[in-house]
Design a protein around this ligand. Structure first.
Ligand code: DQA
Length: 143
């Protein structure tokens, strides 16, 4: 079972970027930790993708052969009908992830365009949000 993990704009800056909000781990550290965690699930294979460009994320969603998607669209969460439409078009089960608790922050972060195309969301557990998403997605796909 192949799971595509997508991270959007500025997630490549993790570690340096507002650590009090996003934690002190780099994206590479988070990906390595998630890879280790994925070994708990037999046959699960991860692919990682990060882009600062909306179109790059749309093209990745359109071209993937993954069975499931974990996506932190970052700022595009709150603006992107294009990413929502791409997720809807491919009909691959997807989970929305956020490091910070978007619901306890500014009002504009409480709106998620992509949520309508996702089976669920995890927000506020820093790097562990990705692990929780993987647990939920793999169980969903195995049902
Ligand atoms: C984020 C939350 C977004 O509002 C923000 O624009 C990000 C990161 C998170 O993981 O907490 O870049 O998606």
């Amino acid at each position: 079972m192949k799971i595509l993990v997508i991270n959007g704009p500025n997630i490549n800056m993790l570690g340096k970027r507002e650590p009090e909000i996003y934690g002190s781990m780099s994206l590479k550290n988070i990906e390595d930790e998630l890879f280790e965690y994925s070994k708990h699930f037999e046959g699960v294979q991860l692919e990682f993708f990060q882009s600062n460009f909306e179109g790059g994320i749309v093209e990745k969603i359109q071209s993937t052969d993954a069975h499931g998607i974990i996506i932190n669209p970052a700022a595009y969460t709150h603006t992107s009908v294009a990413i929502l439409d791409a997720l809807r078009a491919v009909k691959i089960p997807a989970v929305e992830v956020h490091l910070s608790n978007v619901n306890s922050r500014e009002n504009y972060r409480k709106i998620s365009y992509v949520a309508e195309a996702c089976i669920g969301s995890v927000s506020g557990f820093k790097q562990n949000s990705y692990k929780m998403a993987l647990f939920g997605l793999v169980n969903f796909l195995n049902e």
